[in-house]
Write a protein that binds this ligand. Structure first.
Ligand SMILES: *Cc1c(COP(=O)(O)O)cnc(C)c1O
Length: 228
């Protein structure tokens, strides 16, 4: 508990400090605790320390956690790549999906979202560095994907997500800046209703991401330590 508590405090301070530099109020940035490959007990401890948003990548692991967690107000974010045969479980058990990158997946999530739940919050993943083996829509195809996803009634398109290439700092800053530009372009072109989320920045680079407008940082190791 001790280590986790001091890690979490430190990460919250990093977010506050970065927000102050760019004159954001720090509660404009949501800390998403990335809990993949961490034991349920660690998630519950973070929850007791006030953490509410949790990010998971592996479907079966996360369904097991969601079923047994005693975390009634937690928001569950699916942040891993999505196969089409997994969309039904994701649509039924999660509040957010961060890595939607094609219309077929969005349509399935929309059709399979239970009517009893509020619309599923969606971010479109952008392959911002044009990497061959990375998922994400290419920037040139983003506008049309966004326009189509916006029309789906059981989804709420909230914004964009990216994982920039592992390169030097200056290149990564460039990638974050290009994401911010894409984010603003969609905002001015379509004025979508709920367009408020830029999901980028991890343990090593949350400050740079916040300085380029991130509203959700996805942080694993800096909170929970190395994954099992
Ligand atoms: C694992 C993961 C993270 C967290 O990475 P850390 O370096 O441990 O903070 C963030 N985003 C995605 C999509 C991930 O898969």
């Amino acid at each position: 508990m001790h280590q986790l508590e001091s890690n979490l405090t430190q990460v919250r301070h990093r977010i506050q400090a970065a927000s102050r530099i760019c004159q954001q109020t720090s509660n404009a940035v949501t800390l998403l605790a990335v809990s993949k490959k961490q034991p349920l007990q660690a998630l519950e401890q973070a929850y007791q320390l006030g953490q509410r948003d949790f990010g998971e990548n592996y479907l079966q692991e996360s369904l097991d956690k969601i079923a047994s967690a005693n975390m009634p107000d937690a928001n569950w974010h699916f942040i891993g790549p999505i196969q089409s045969n997994k969309t039904r479980s994701i649509a039924s058990h999660f509040d957010w999906v961060h890595a939607v990158d094609r219309l077929k997946i969005a349509q399935r999530l929309n059709d399979q979202r239970p009517q009893s739940l509020s619309p599923l919050n969606i971010c479109l993943q952008v392959n911002i560095d044009n990497e061959t083996n990375k998922s994400g829509v290419l920037p040139e195809n983003l506008l049309s994907l966004a326009e189509n996803v916006m029309r789906l009634p059981h989804l709420r398109l909230r914004g964009l997500m990216a994982i920039p290439a592992k390169t030097q700092k200056s290149d990564k800053n460039h990638a974050f800046a290009r994401m911010h530009t894409l984010f603003q372009q969609i905002q001015s072109k379509f004025q979508p209703n709920h367009w408020d989320t830029l999901s980028m920045g991890m343990s090593a680079d949350m400050e740079e991401a916040i300085q380029h407008g991130a509203t959700i940082v996805r942080v694993g190791t800096a909170i929970f330590g190395e994954r099992q």
